[in-house]
Write a protein that binds this ligand. Sequence first.
Ligand SMILES: *[C@@H]1O[C@H](CO)[C@@H](O)[C@H](O)[C@H]1NC(C)=O
Ligand SMILES: *[C@@H]1O[C@H](CO)[C@@H](O)[C@H](O)[C@H]1NC(C)=O
Ligand SMILES: *[C@@H]1O[C@H](CO)[C@@H](O)[C@H](O)[C@H]1NC(C)=O
Ligand SMILES: *[C@@H]1O[C@H](CO)[C@@H](O)[C@H](O)[C@H]1NC(C)=O
Ligand SMILES: *[C@@H]1O[C@H](CO)[C@@H](O)[C@H](O)[C@H]1NC(C)=O
Length: 592
Amino acid sequence: MCGICCVVSLSLSRCSLHDHVYETLHRRGPDRSRDVTASSSNPEYSCLFSAHVLHMRGSPTPQPLQDDHGNLLLWNGEVFGGLAVEPEENDTQVVLSRLSACKSPSAVLSVLGQVKGPWAIIYYQKEEHCVWFGRDFFGRRSLLWSWGADERSFTLTSVSSHSSDLRCLEVPAVGVYRVDLKSWTERESLKVDVYSWELTDSDFTWEGFPSSVSFVLNHSGLSSPVLPMNMSVTEVEPNSCNSSHTSLDDLKELLKSTGKRETVRRLIDVLGEAVRRRVQHLPHQSHPHQAQVAILFSGGIDSMILAVLADRYIPPDRSIDLLNVAFKLQEPKKNRGSGKKGQNNKKERETHAVTTSLQTHFDVPDRITGRDGLRELTALSPGRKWNFVEINVTQEELKEMRMKNICHLVYPLDTVLDDSIGCAVWFAARGSGLVSEGEAAQRQHNSTAKVVLTGIGADEQLAGYSRHRVRFKTSGLQGLVKELAMELGRISSRNLGRDDRIIADHGKEARFPYLDEDVVSFLNTLPVWEKADLSLPRGLGEKLLLRLAAAELGLGPSAVLPKRAMQFGSRIAKLENSREKASEKCSRLIAS
Ligand SMILES: *[C@@H]1O[C@H](CO)[C@@H](O)[C@H](O)[C@H]1NC(C)=O
Ligand SMILES: *[C@@H]1O[C@H](CO)[C@@H](O)[C@H](O)[C@H]1NC(C)=O
Ligand SMILES: *[C@@H]1O[C@H](CO)[C@@H](O)[C@H](O)[C@H]1NC(C)=O
Ligand SMILES: *[C@@H]1O[C@H](CO)[C@@H](O)[C@H](O)[C@H]1NC(C)=O
Ligand SMILES: *[C@@H]1O[C@H](CO)[C@@H](O)[C@H](O)[C@H]1NC(C)=O
């Protein structure tokens, strides 16, 4: 993970970067920072490239990386497949040498279209006076842009600052962009060529951009790294399930009866391979048993499956950090009457009763399921040292860190939901909490793992959200499959850019196995009814295929836990005004 940035200006005066933005970039790539400028007098422009590298493996490769022709690459990515990277090679170098050899725009597109893995890129072609930039198909790495007030300059950056005068937007992950600086100097306005991914929605609208910028969409040349979604909705025999209560036995029964075992095994294979690529060849730790991999861990099915698969591929003497975040529960009195709507209500009240009687303020729902999950993992893999890191966050610390760091990282997103998830993920990924040793003893544990696995993408692809049930009820399979396609299309702007900025702030790298190209292609080829069956009860029907995989992998009760969103599971939503809507703009994010 790196922090990358470039400032382009149609003048020869030195480009500069806001100090706070520079610091925030440096937190993403603490191992090596370098600035390089490039300028030209005819056409007249200057560029500042600033790169901050987090060293992951191999010998350190400083960035911006320059080739013999003066082309410059800023690469914030990981090549997990597509382009051959030999063990002794560095992916940044491989990408640059492939790009250097390109003689035309279509050649550049062909290289980028082959990469499997997350990336954000800025690439300067000196001879051609062009700046290329963009994000991978899903938008797993952040990239923001902003325009100077004079409209004669622009900035691209992994992360910005809420309080700076840079007004930013996320670069939409709809394709690869190219700016011809020569033609810009010759016209009044900036023309941006957009080479869109084959499968993206062609109706994309460019909202919020200055009117002096025009986007010219070119549909040819950039092939999508994933197969298209199977939109087939032929009605099938519904799965039968007699009980309205879900149990592990129902799941095991389904696994036996439905002839789904083959599909389940294929899912386990492809997801296992995605996890393997993300947990192997990691930087050495000073301590040989220290964890190199951490998992954002609620004990829910998505994170449990990641843990079981990671366990297969991580050497048995390495510990694995399970990061579990909880926000301090309010005093019982204050909570009364602030009942939440929805099915969680009864359960939440039950949990709450337990909490008051035990007097432990951090026993939030995700903490409780997390502990249960830990017990399942320990039973499955008793030789492994699982560090269940209990991360307790108080109201005071939340306020302090939100103002100091988190609000800048969430920016330019701005809703109540962005605030809740941004804060919860930031504290979880920091990895600083308590690990229980034996009966009563707890020790401070600061996770040093540079790789953080997250389960994002499972709910979007396998119909895990309650809105999917609503959609299914109102408009059937047809409606559901459309909803899933739409959600996968917008996951970059809803989640991924934000989560990347948040996690990278700790000098760690977010990795998303459920969004591996091969996993998505596999799930996309299946018809929707193989992935979920929303006629079955909660805890069973949503993400059915994944639950079957969990049963096949030997997981216990966690396989039938209903989905609980992180903002409720960690109780951060309870700390704040409970009358807020998740989609409202969040006033707490505005730095004073
Ligand atoms: C390439 O070098 C960068 C910077 O040192 C490092 O973070 C990355 O892990 C290396 N990649 C490979 C495949 O060795
Ligand atoms: C679109 O891009 C391709 C590949 O670079 C190029 O050959 C073609 O001329 C472009 N089309 C338009 C309309 O600009
Ligand atoms: C954090 O909360 C857990 C309860 O989930 C408790 O066991 C632990 O002692 C707490 N630690 C601190 C430092 O408050
Ligand atoms: C662990 O992290 C906490 C919070 O970030 C910090 O205050 C503390 O100094 C760290 N401890 C060690 C031993 O690094
Ligand atoms: C979509 O799913 C149906 C039903 O399993 C299958 O017959 C069809 O081949 C699939 N289509 C694609 C494009 O994979």
